[in-house]
Design a protein around this ligand. Structure first.
Ligand SMILES: [Zn+2]
Length: 72
C-alpha cells in the first residue's frame, strides 16, 4: 500500500473513542470523509457505539493519531 493511499478506501476505522463509556476497548467508527494535506490525513468519523462525530488526524511521518471531538 502506498503511503498516500492510507485509509483511501477505508469505510470503517477503529478508534479509542473518548466519548464512549468503556474506553478500554476499540470502537468501530464509520468514515464520513477523508482529506489529505501536507503530511497528514484527516478523517471525519462517527462512532458506531455512541454516535459521536469527531476527527482523526493521522500524521504520516510520526505515524501518530490524534482524536478530536467538536465541543458539546
Ligand atoms: Zn464512541
Amino acid at each position: 500500500m502506498e503511503e498516500g493511499d492510507l485509509f483511501a478506501d477505508v469505510k470503517e476505522i477503529e478508534i479509542d473513542c473518548a466519548k464512549c463509556e468503556n474506553d478500554r476497548i476499540k470502537h468501530k467508527a464509520e468514515v464520513l470523509s477523508r482529506k489529505e494535506s501536507r503530511g497528514k490525513i484527516i478523517i471525519e468519523f462517527i462512532c458506531r457505539d455512541c454516535g459521536s462525530k469527531g476527527t482523526l488526524t493521522f500524521y504520516k511521518k510520526s505515524r501518530t493519531e490524534l482524536l478530536e471531538y467538536p465541543p458539546d
